[in-house]
Design a protein around this ligand. Structure first.
Ligand code: PLP
Length: 282
């Protein structure tokens, strides 16, 4: 057992000692896709939905990954089971187009590579609100694919960190898309509103769960774009991701936001946490 475990194409070891070959196309082109979720009691949360999105991203990038779903599940579990105990683990995996001398064109006859890591994770308490900055969304138009090309997100999160903030909310002109590594939704007049799943946002699994939970609790849902002005005037602002679940937002660019519908917000957060705990119970 290791505190953090790494895996590359079947080889497993302590994460800090693992190495990848220089030909892996992730290194030159970010030519691959990834998934991540939290694990409790050695049970990965919402794994089937992550596997569905994984196969969809692979299809959209035309990566011929042949490993059966059952085998992927087994390899992920093998890495989870090799990690020392922790209340929560973070499970990350990526599939790249494989190892081959650098060439923009797809290599022929090359098997895709599977890389996995598991490490201890501390989830942020949902009652400590996020602070955001806003930035123009300068990413490409393939945001629906969970690719490894994350430079604009890295830069956006760095700008946020430099200003003591937790995330960056991105907008194309006035239209809010999502955050650098999360989706964003608002509550306004009792309605939960979030951008539709087009090529401008990642179809977040936490976002999907939040919408389903809202419906279950009688909160109407609207999947329509909203503007920066609507965001700033929302009753509540909610940021969702697999690593932090369902976070309330208290300010954007230093200006206070939300705080006007705390009961509905808490209801959604509690429902989310209950779902996570139920589905990862021993
Ligand atoms: N949007 C982007 C750009 C992301 O990178 C992520 C997560 O990594 C999300 C949204 C949230 O997706 P999920 O809820 O599936 O973690």
């Amino acid at each position: 057992m290791w505190e953090s475990v790494g895996y590359y194409n079947g080889v497993m070891g302590p994460l800090e000692e693992m190495q990848v070959p220089m030909g892996d196309r992730a290194l030159y082109f970010g030519d691959g896709i990834y998934e991540a979720t939290c694990v409790a009691n050695r049970i990965p949360f919402a794994l089937e939905e992550h596997l569905d999105r994984m196969y969809n991203s692979l299809r959209l990038l035309e990566i011929p990954f042949r490993m059966e779903r059952e085998r992927v599940r087994a390899e992920l579990q093998r890495v989870i089971d090799a990690a020392a105990d922790s209340p929560i683990h973070f499970l990350y995996w990526q599939i790249t187009r494989g190892n081959s001398p650098r060439n923009h064109v797809f290599p022929q006859g090359v098997e895709p590579s599977l890389m996995i890591f598991v490490k201890p994770h501390a989830m942020k308490p949902m009652d400590i609100p996020y602070k955001l900055i806003s930035l123009e969304d300068n990413r490409f138009n393939l945001c629906n694919i969970k690719t490894l090309n994350l430079i604009p997100s890295v830069l956006a999160n760095q700008r946020a960190a430099e200003r003591g903030c937790d995330e960056a909310v991105l907008h194309r002109g006035s239209r809010v898309t999502e955050c650098a590594h999360s989706n964003i939704s608002i509550l306004k007049d009792g309605v939960l509103r979030t951008a539709p799943t087009d090529e401008l946002i990642l179809p977040g699994i936490t976002r999907k769960h939040l919408l389903a939970l809202a419906k279950e609790h009688g909160i109407p849902v609207l999947e329509e774009p909203f503007s920066m002005v609507e965001l700033m005037n929302a009753d509540e602002v909610i940021v969702t991701s697999s690593s932090a679940l369902c976070m309330k937002v208290e300010s954007i660019d230093g200006i206070p936001v939300g705080g006007k519908d705390p009961q509905r917000l808490k209801l959604l957060q509690d429902a989310y946490l209950a779902k996570f705990q139920r589905e990862t119970a021993k």
